[in-house]
Design a protein around this ligand. Structure first.
Ligand code: P5A
Length: 441
């Protein structure tokens, strides 16, 4: 993509309404724009990141054996009356009437909807267990939408649901999601720590929040630093082996990690040696629940067991804040100059800057590199505009692409390009061939 053609409305000044760094940087880098309170449009740069987050979430759900579906955003009030949540949900639910005066709602979550689908389609224990997910927009009329897409009213969630014959089965499903979540966040360059949590309006008695440590997070957390050393990606997890999955889960659940609401200071101090205690802030990026028969009971989601007896299905639900993710990543990865994208979610892998567009040799070199990277399938944003070099550098740092290539008249004369690592700031002078080789092109 050429910067001269790309829709990238960056801002020089800090927007006054942005209180935290990710909101500021997402507006400044032209990633999102507010439509109304807590409701955002995603512009090309932001949308690319959102799609990358979605892709990683999807790959890890699929790997764990979860199947993708797509349920609607609009649901019927009657379905929610069956579970008793239509009244219980209160003002956070956006309620709508259609032209026939039928009561509808914009879904804040999909437990009822998926339970209805299951109930109407599955009859026998032979078809269980099942795990289903979708990635769909939600609406929650939050009292205080704030921090941009971090706490929106309309937001994109990955929500998954598991169906099992009994508690043991449901626990195996819970463990799979637990591990899939560790992997998902690690692939985005983040360490999310599972913490025992309250279940709120979703219900049930077993629940973990996945929290990314960041100073600006909304949650206060107390945990064991040991978490930070565990490598979840280094080990290939075999989801078909429940014992192997359970082992990973047990490692984490044996370590102390609680948010404010659940913290027991005496237990924290007793269980965690002083040198290993971490007290700080965090961002909730995921939340998993086991709630047994809370929805299957009132919605009568039953299957026949081996002996033909009806069994009420045991369920869990598992959420990731997909549209919160880009903001959470920025909170965890930025510097004074802007965003620092991990390679896996970066909107482009490479930013190519041509310092002086009226220099023949430099421009020929930049065009050559651009063509070769494109041919090799390396995503590159090529700043080919007639702008001041300083402004180009500042914008590249702001939008945070992992690698910057700088071509100028002096280097071009020697056949050299400067390659900068956005994260470390390290710069090296290389030939075009060497640059392409380093980028795998
Ligand atoms: C689990 C999946 C649920 O809704 N039902 C289906 C369960 N859980 S949750 O904790 O309420 O939400 C799951 C994740 O969604 C993100 N999230 C939000 N993101 C942006 N703006 C919001 N207002 C918002 N509310 C929730 C969080 O990452 C949360 O962990």
């Amino acid at each position: 993509m050429r910067s001269s053609q790309f829709f990238l409305p960056t801002l020089r000044e800090n927007p006054a309404e942005a209180e935290i760094v990710s909101h500021r940087l997402m507006l400044r880098a032209g990633m999102v724009r507010q439509a109304s309170a807590g409701i955002y449009s995603w512009l090309p740069l932001g949308f690319k990141v959102l799609k990358n987050v979605e892709r990683i979430v999807r790959e890890e759900q699929d790997r764990a054996g979860c199947q993708e579906v797509l349920m609607p955003t609009i649901q019927s009030a009657d379905l929610w009356r069956e579970s008793g949540r239509y009244d219980a949900y209160g003002k956070e639910m956006l309620r709508i009437k259609d032209r026939r005066e039928r009561e509808m709602l914009y879904g804040p979550t999909n437990e009822e909807q998926i339970t209805q689908i299951f109930r109407d389609s599955i009859r026998s224990y032979r078809e269980v267990p099942k795990m289903l997910y979708h990635i769909q927009w939600k609406f929650r009329d939050e009292v205080r939408p704030r921090f941009g897409v971090m706490r929106g009213r309309e937001f994109l969630m990955k929500d998954a649901y598991s169906f099992d014959m009994d508690y043991e089965g449901a626990r195996r499903a819970y463990n799979k999601f637990f591990v899939a979540y560790l992997r998902t966040f690690a692939r985005m360059g983040m360490r999310a720590i599972p913490m025992e949590a309250d279940t709120g309006p979703i219900g049930g008695n077993l629940s973990h929040e996945f929290i990314v440590l960041a100073d600006t997070g909304e949650s206060q957390v107390y945990c064991d630093r040991e978490f930070l050393d565990f490598d979840v990606l280094g080990k290939d997890i075999n989801y078909a082996d429940p014992a192997a999955v359970e082992k990973v889960v047990n490692h984490f659940t044996s370590l102390y990690a609680r948010t404010d609401e659940k913290n027991d200071q005496a237990a924290f101090e007793q269980q965690v040696p002083e040198a290993r205690r971490y007290v700080g802030r965090g961002i909730e990026v995921g939340h998993i629940f086991y709630f047994g028969t809370k929805y299957s009971e009132p919605l009568k989601a039953q299957v026949q067991d081996k002996d033909g007896n009806p069994v009420t299905i045991h369920m869990g639900s598992y959420g990731i804040g997909v549209s919160r993710m880009p903001a959470a990543i920025i909170e965890a990865s930025h510097d004074d100059n802007g965003i620092i994208w991990p390679e896996t979610v970066a909107p482009f892998r490479v930013g190519l800057i041509n310092i002086k567009v009226d220099d023949k040799a430099g421009t020929a070199m930049a065009e050559d590199i651009y063509a070769k990277l494109n041919n090799a399938g390396v995503e590159v944003l090529y700043d080919d505009r007639d702008e001041r070099a300083g402004a180009k550098f500042a914008e590249m740092d702001l939008i945070g692409l992992p690698w910057q290539l700088v071509v100028g008249p002096r280097g071009a004369a020697k056949g050299q390009v400067e390659m900068k690592n956005r994260k470390t700031g390290e710069k090296v002078e290389l030939s075009v061939d060497a640059v392409l080789q380093r980028l795998g092109a």
